[in-house]
Ligand binder design. Sequence first.
Ligand SMILES: C[S@@+](CC[C@H](N)C(=O)[O-])C[C@H]1O[C@@H](n2cnc3c(N)ncnc32)[C@H](O)[C@@H]1O
Length: 227
Amino acid sequence: MDSASLDLVRRLRQRHHDVVEPQTFRLLGQEWDLLPGVYAPNLTPSAALYAQWLPYPVGGAFCEVGCGTGYISVLAAQRGCARVTALDVSPAAVENTRRNADRHGVTDRVDVRCGDLFAPLDDGDRYDLVFWNSNFVDTALPESSDAMLDRAFADPGYTTHDTFLRTVADRLAPGGRVMLGFTDLGDTGLLGRLAAARGWRPEPRRRAVGAHPDGELRYELIELVRA
Ligand SMILES: C[S@@+](CC[C@H](N)C(=O)[O-])C[C@H]1O[C@@H](n2cnc3c(N)ncnc32)[C@H](O)[C@@H]1O
């Protein structure tokens, strides 16, 4: 990663550190809770893009890996998914998602669980769509005071991405799809190589350039298809 990009990530991370009290933000015409230490969708344009691009499986099952504040999982329930599972390794994100599910009256359809990738799931859990707006920075960031928040941005060497690529197929219902939210701060070459080794091919489905407070980024919705 070049120094300008690393600088951008550090500034974005600092904006997150500046959130020291619970807040609310507006997104897509609704009010959402944001807790300190949780990836803040209101600080980047990606939130509205992914929320609008995703092909929510209406009547089906949707799994969001790395749910953060949970706005996508709540929207999935609001848009007709019969069953939504929201997963995050961060206890603060899990609490945040529970609050937003409660705020929007969808706790009956949104099951929120804490743990590493698919570890919190039960054996038979299968989904029509698995989505992860991933922590695609593949460089170790200079350590901050909140190691859990750092995991919202970075996955050095893409070890977590590799585990995701190795295990996600076991979580798909027949015809199930896998999608990643990515930006040009990520390493698509490394993603492609790891995906190929696990039998997947990344295919961009949607792409837009979004103005970020710290610069412009290209946002992508990538589908992993069987190679
Ligand atoms: C870029 S943030 C996206 C958050 C939210 N989906 C959004 O769009 O605002 C990535 C999220 O993945 C979570 N995460 C990172 N590693 C994880 C892992 N191994 N298992 C589950 N969640 C993880 C982070 O805690 C963070 O909430």
